[in-house]
Ligand binder design. Sequence first.
Ligand SMILES: [Zn+2]
Length: 89
Amino acid sequence: MLPYGETWHERKLQRSIDYWRSHGIGLNTCTACSGSGRYDRHGSPACGACDGTGKTRGNLRSVEDAVVCIATLQQMRSQRREAVSCRKS
Ligand SMILES: [Zn+2]
């Protein structure tokens, strides 16, 4: 049998990571350049810590961190669903 489920989850994970990256969730101001993207005002190279963006990825530096974030979100969602179903019954 082909692992459809695993593939789907991998795609879902990748979509979530891409979403967070493009929407800037988890971004923190870069501490190396204080958010300016450069080490000083004139003629300096872009900050190496943040590639000149002035932001670092916060808690999304690796796929492992993203997996933890997704697991936390899913836990929060399931807890919210349980709360709603309790109120209905
Ligand atoms: Zn920087």
